[in-house]
Design a protein. Sequence first.
Length: 126
Amino acid sequence: MGMSEEFSKILENIIFAFTVVFNLEAVVKITGLGKHYFFDRWNLFDLGIVVLSDLTYILDSFLQGSFLKIVIVLRALRAIRVFKVFNKIRSVIIFFNAITLILGTFMYILFLIFLNIIIFIVVGMD
């Protein structure tokens, strides 16, 4: 009743692809920023997740199930990657806050336009 073997392999390949992308991102950032990379806490968080992901693959391939529970716990901890997105979403949050503020005043303007239309309809009917 679980996942098929084929679907499980596809998911495993997708996870591996993301791990490779995160590794490349870490290497490029370390190369570009140099020692300044290690002063930003988000970068350290990213690097910790990348190392954790790499450690999961290393343990899984070398130990071949002898410490399967450790590998499962480390794989579960890779879900922390989601928090990487929050660092990049700050500008999106600012954008949506601005849109929300604009929509409040925009609704008042629409209401005034609608009120003018009603007034002209009533005046036009007389």
